[in-house]
Design a protein around this ligand. Structure first.
Ligand SMILES: Cc1cc2nc3c(=O)[nH]c(=O)nc-3n(C[C@H](O)[C@H](O)[C@H](O)COP(=O)(O)OP(=O)(O)OC[C@H]3O[C@@H](n4cnc5c(N)ncnc54)[C@H](O)[C@@H]3O)c2cc1C
Length: 463
């Protein structure tokens, strides 16, 4: 059984699935009728089914998945179950209020704990460990950026309990990277094994009475029905949970863009090497450069490390061949070796990637149009591991008609405008991605804040 591409970029997570490596489930046998149909069995679809079933056990629910549960980003990501939320603070305030923005972020913090509670209660062996995140500053420019960011966060009503600055010694004590001049720490992140999380959740959802069909592609979504090769499935409510694959659905070519994030993993390191690196309490880690990188110490003692930088593909195309980008893999490996010279001759054993989704205004959203029965959640950028759980709980409330603290959050029913037609889309996105790389190089060269990064912020959402 494989949950990812069958050739080329095979992920570490696929190779370490353990007990969750179950045989594929049957495809939809023919036309059917349900109360709710969920399209896509990633974390969004599965959390939605999980919480809907708990909210109303009488609901007849089906999840239809083109490949197998966890095939998409949910089975391949960096395993940061974090409180990060892609929509900017200012946009959240504009959409609601300062209080609304604060509630959105507090809900994310609570979601990280909620995921921990569910994996514990349901016996999902997902290596969940809430060790926080350490963000290193490795240049004076990065340090100033972190100082400003923590000051800003505190100005919004958060405290040292949420995020605090670290001196050089304390930061290097957490992660003994090269050139550490300071850092920041937040406790609001858990490290997970993403594929075990999503496969374990699929097992729990199925055992609860939800019908989960694999190898069943939805070719069209309309009010009251979805189309598949096996026939039409009727349902009062249809939830779209297709994230980076969304542009492949009729009528959604410009809803979000798929952008690839790529990862590498080392062989397991011995204890002597770990003693020189740190990450003793298993915090996830990054540094304050512009082009995002992210890492974790895995349960079996490896480093899984990823980053952006892969090109956007014309026409929002998604293909298994895009999961492998030799130049980006080489950059990631070189970056990790430069951060951690202790790695010496350590080998990299896995290289893989996958598509995430970005809305035109970089805003994640969840919603249900009551007049059509069509719902959706997505646009998480690279912050979906925890956010999908918040989305699933929120969709369960929206579908069952419960007015709760969740249905009142600012991201609910937010509509992003469509992306530009090609070739503008291709030009703009790739220029933004390139600008982030150039901005880091400029800062390394000049020791000053990059003007380029600031100039490109409107195109890249400031990330
Ligand atoms: C390499 C990488 C690293 C990442 N790292 C992190 C991280 O560390 N932390 C974090 O928070 N986020 C991270 N993300 C983002 C995160 O993984 C995603 O936001 C999240 O998994 C999205 O879940 P989803 O269920 O919405 O989408 P997906 O997991 O992509 O699931 C969508 C599913 O829909 C199915 N599908 C698509 N079209 C159809 C159709 N027509 N019919 C039926 N089924 C269909 C797909 O096969 C897929 O299984 C990362 C993403 C990538 C790619």
């Amino acid at each position: 059984m494989t949950i990812g591409p069958t050739s080329g970029a095979r992920s570490l997570w696929q190779d370490t699935l353990g007990e969750q490596d179950a045989p594929a489930r049957p495809a939809l046998p023919g036309p059917a009728a349900y109360d709710v149909v969920v399209v896509g069995a990633g974390l969004t679809g599965l959390w939605s089914a999980y919480h809907l079933r708990r909210a109303d056990p009488t609901l007849r629910i089906a999840v239809l998945e083109k490949e197998v549960a966890g095939f998409g980003a949910s089975g391949r990501n960096g395993g940061w179950c974090s409180a990060l939320f892609p929509t900017s603070w200012d946009a959240l305030v504009r959409a609601s209020s300062v209080d609304g923005a604060l509630r959105q972020h507090r809900a994310m913090q609570e979601t990280v704990r909620e995921v921990g509670r569910v994996v514990e209660a349901e016996g999902i062996d997902a290596d969940f460990h809430r060790g926080g995140t350490v963000t290193l500053a490795r240049t004076p420019v990065q340090l100033r950026r972190l100082q400003e960011s923590v000051r800003e966060v505190h100005g919004r009503g958060f405290t040292e309990e949420d995020e605090r600055l670290l001196g050089a010694a304390e930061a290097a004590g957490m992660l003994a990277a090269s050139d550490v001049v300071g850092g920041a720490f937040t406790p609001h992140t858990a490290r997970v094994h993403p594929a075990r999380l999503v496969r374990g959740l699929a097992r729990v959802v199925e055992a609860s009475g939800v019908d989960l069909f694999e190898h069943t592609e939805v070719t069209g979504i309309e009010p009251g029905r979805v189309r598949t090769a096996a026939g039409t499935v009727r349902a009062e409510v249809v939830l779209r949970a297709t994230e980076g694959y969304t542009p492949g659905l009729p009528g959604h070519r410009r809803t979000v863009v798929p952008v690839y994030s790529l990862m590498v993993a080392t062989e397991p390191l011995d204890e002597a090497t770990w003693a020189t690196i740190g990450l003793a309490d298993r915090p996830t880690f990054t540094d304050a450069r512009h082009l995002i990188v992210y890492g974790q110490r895995t349960e079996d003692g490896r480093i899984a490390f990823g980053g952006r930088g892969a090109p956007y593909h014309f026409g929002s195309r998604v293909s298994p061949s895009y999961d492998a980008e030799p130049r980006v893999f080489a950059d990631l490996e070189a970056t990790l070796r430069e951060m951690l010279p202790q790695l010496g001759g350590t080998r990299f054993t896995h290289r893989w990637g996958g598509p995430l989704a970005i809305a035109r205004d970089w805003a994640a959203s969840v919603g249900l149009d009551r007049s059509t029965g069509l719902g959706w959640a997505g646009g998480y950028v690279g912050d979906g591991v925890a956010t999908t759980n918040l989305a699933g709980r929120t969709l369960a409330d929206l579908v069952t008609g419960a007015a709760t603290d969740l249905t009142d959050l600012p991201w609910v029913d937010h509509r992003s405008r469509a992306w530009e037609p090609e070739p503008l889309r291709w030009l703009g996105i790739n220029a933004g991605l390139r600008a982030m790389t150039l901005a880091d190089a400029e800062e390394a060269r000049t020791g000053r804040r990059s003007r380029l990064a600031r100039a490109m912020a409107p195109l890249t959402g400031g990330h």
